[in-house]
Design a protein around this ligand. Structure first.
Ligand SMILES: [Zn+2]
Length: 230
């Protein structure tokens, strides 16, 4: 009926597998950070063809290079080895979903249905994997966007939850251009907007690249730069 965004299918907040306790922008729990910024992964055998695997790996390389500082990697995705205690399983399934962070949620899965094999969409999910939540769940979001609940599909209002505790905005400003920001009509029941920027010039929901603030947040969260930004 209305524009179908594959991120909308399935889980809590559309594409996040709900963890037991916590919420946020940068997940506050230190345990959510992948050790040394390294995310071991396993692709479920038989789930992807060679072309799809190539797109997934290319999305990993693009995210790594976007966040790298002077060619030094800040976060890294690599195939799991026998000694890895934590790793993420990448598999086919319904919609595009990811668990958030490293080791405080028992199942760590990144599901990429056939509609999800695009670099920008995969990088969005990989940011969840790294420990990040949707931009519009920030505690200060009501200063920047209005949720039009009357247009939201019944029963999916929770997708627009705002978190005031257990989250860390890392001192960065609200970012309409974030790869983790919803678009204007996510979860719409009637084709009308569900999320309206207060800045009339703002465009939300891009799925092309990490924004400069997304990059800054990953670098801060993984302590590749200090809080002064250097
Ligand atoms: Zn998402």
């Amino acid at each position: 009926m209305f524009r179908y965004n594959p991120e909308e299918a399935g889980a809590f907040e559309g594409d996040i597998i709900l963890p037991p306790r916590t919420r946020g922008v940068g997940e506050k729990l230190k345990a959510a950070r992948w050790t040394n910024g390294i995310v071991p992964y396993m692709m479920k055998p038989g789930d992807f063809n060679a072309g799809q695997e190539a797109v997934i790996v290319q999305a990993m390389r693009r995210l790594e290079q976007s966040v790298a500082i002077n060619n030094k990697l800040c976060v890294q995705f690599r195939p799991k080895i026998a000694t890895d205690k934590h790793f993420i399983t990448i598999k086919d399934g319904a919609g595009c979903t990811s668990s958030v962070g490293q080791n405080w949620h028992s199942v760590k899965e990144l599901t990429l249905g056939s509609g999800c094999i695009h670099e920008g969409t995969i990088m969005h999910e990989l940011l969840h994997t790294l420990g990040f939540w949707h931009e519009q769940s920030r505690p200060d979001r009501d200063n920047y966007v209005t949720v039009q609940y009357a247009n939201v599909q019944k029963g999916l209002e929770h997708a627009f939850n705002k978190y005031t505790t257990t989250v860390d905005t890392l001192g960065t400003p609200y970012d309409y251009q974030s790869l983790l920001h919803y678009g204007t009509d996510y979860f719409t029941s009637n084709g009308k907007p569900t999320l309206v920027p207060k800045d009339p010039l703002a465009v939300i929901g891009q799925r092309n690249n990490l924004s400069s603030i997304d990059i800054q947040e990953v670098r801060l969260y993984y302590q590749c730069i200090g809080s002064s930004g250097k």
